[in-house]
Design a binder for this molecule. Sequence first.
Ligand code: SF4
Length: 140
Amino acid sequence: MVKKLVCIQCPLGCEMEVKLNGKMGVMEIKGNRCPRGYDYAMEEMIDPKRILTTSVKVENGDIDLVSVRTDKPIPKRLLKEAMEAIRKAKVKAPVRVGDIVLSNLLGTGANVMATRTVEPKKSEDFENKNEKDLKECKAI
Ligand code: SF4
């Protein structure tokens, strides 16, 4: 069996062919222009990895969710379990871009980090004061 792959390790995007044998695994890799492509193809065949992108609940934030992603790829076979762990997580506002929301996700060594900033929710008193100030300004 031959499997076609596009290497995503650099912008050249080499098109590769991986010859597989049911019992022996990978028999031959063709089309890669460098060893990184070879390693990528091997990893894709044996234990593919992906960056996980999702969101985490925020307590007391001006929005309820913050977008996050893993800082390195994690095994594809763990994506479901990782999503479950992230779904249970909560962070308190403020959250800044690059903040680590969960470290060493499922023992993979990957951290889950925020990819946007979430400010704390403004209190009603603060908003009412602003509205009052605005009305006074317009009255002058
Ligand atoms: S095989 Fe090497 S040159 Fe080709 S896309 Fe992958 S990293 Fe780039």
